[in-house]
Design a protein around this ligand. Structure first.
Ligand code: SF4
Length: 278
């Protein structure tokens, strides 16, 4: 049993991790990595492609990509234009091609064409950060070195009150403290499936959620307070920067007073004559 507090409620909450995992397991017995792959290299490439893209879309392009370039050696020698053409529909295809080819080059040069199975080595590959490395280690090698924190894990773990952290790295650190290590790999799959199917970003289905009684955010969503709190700026969306304060409207420059007009020469002379009494 862990006592934590949530961003939404700010109240201390008791979380029974065993019960939470059991309930999620019952609700999502099929929770697993959805990216199709046949070896750690293909998993690495598919995970790089899944950035800002659905797994479904990635699974449509990878069969073509892997039929053409099945391993690091062939991917390293590939024409970037050809890779770009195949993966174009996953978005950011220029950067993704660079990362895939860069990773393949390093895997061939430093690891004899085999994807390394250690976090510190994986993090040296271009385009690979902790999330991708955790996917490769957990799914590809069944090594629990950390917990995958993608957009779903980030959102759902905060709503469940498991963390109040503001960055994926911090969320991972918090989860690693409270989730038993043997559950790390499965726990991420469970939260990803729960986030996709039930605890959606815009409209969480708290009414039918299997962990509603364990979730401190449920009452807020069920009676609409979460939305009002967000409107009032009390609950900031995960990962979003606070809005910039508005600049005060520019005041108009004040006009300079016009200099007094000089009397015309003729008028001035007449005035002078009058003064002299002529
Ligand atoms: S109760 Fe609602 S907010 Fe909590 S996990 Fe379930 S769907 Fe998400």
């Amino acid at each position: 049993m862990f006592v934590i507090s949530t961003l939404a409620t700010r109240e201390p909450t008791e979380v029974d991790m065993d019960l939470l995992i059991e309930r999620l397991r019952d609700a999502h017995p099929d929770a697993a990595c959805a990216l199709r792959h046949e070896n750690p290299f293909q998993l690495l490439v598919a995970t790089i492609l899944s950035a800002q893209c659905t797994d479904e879309r990635v699974n449509k392009v990878t069969p073509v990509l892997f039929a053409r370039f099945p391993d690091a050696e062939s991917m390293k020698a590939a024409d970037p234009k050809e890779i770009e053409e195949i993966i174009r529909s996953t978005g950011f295809y220029h950067n993704k091609t660079k990362a895939i080819r860069g990773a393949a080059e390093r895997i061939v040069a430093a690891y004899q064409g085999r994807v390394p199975a250690r976090m510190e080595d994986l993090l040296t590959l271009p385009g690979v950060a902790r999330k991708t490395a955790n996917v490769v280690l957990g799914v590809g090698y069944h090594v629990a070195d950390g917990i995958v924190v993608d957009t779903h894990v980030f959102r759902v773990s905060r709503r469940l009150g498991l963390t109040r952290a503001e960055t994926p790295i911090q969320v991972e650190q918090d989860l690693m403290k409270i989730v038993p290590r043997p559950e790390w790999i499965e726990f991420a799959h469970l939260l990803i499936f729960h986030g996709r199917r039930v605890c959606a970003a815009r409209s969480p289905q708290c009414g039918v959620c299997t962990v509603q009684d364990l979730c401190p955010s449920a009452p807020l969503f069920l009676n609409g307070k979460a939305r009002n709190a967000k409107k009032a700026g009390k609950v900031r969306k995960a990962g979003k920067k606070p809005p910039k304060p508005r600049k005060p409207p520019k005041s108009r420059p004040t006009r300079k007073p016009k200099p007094a007009r000089r009397p015309k020469r003729k008028v001035a002379r007449a005035a002078a004559r009058k003064k002299r009494g002529r």
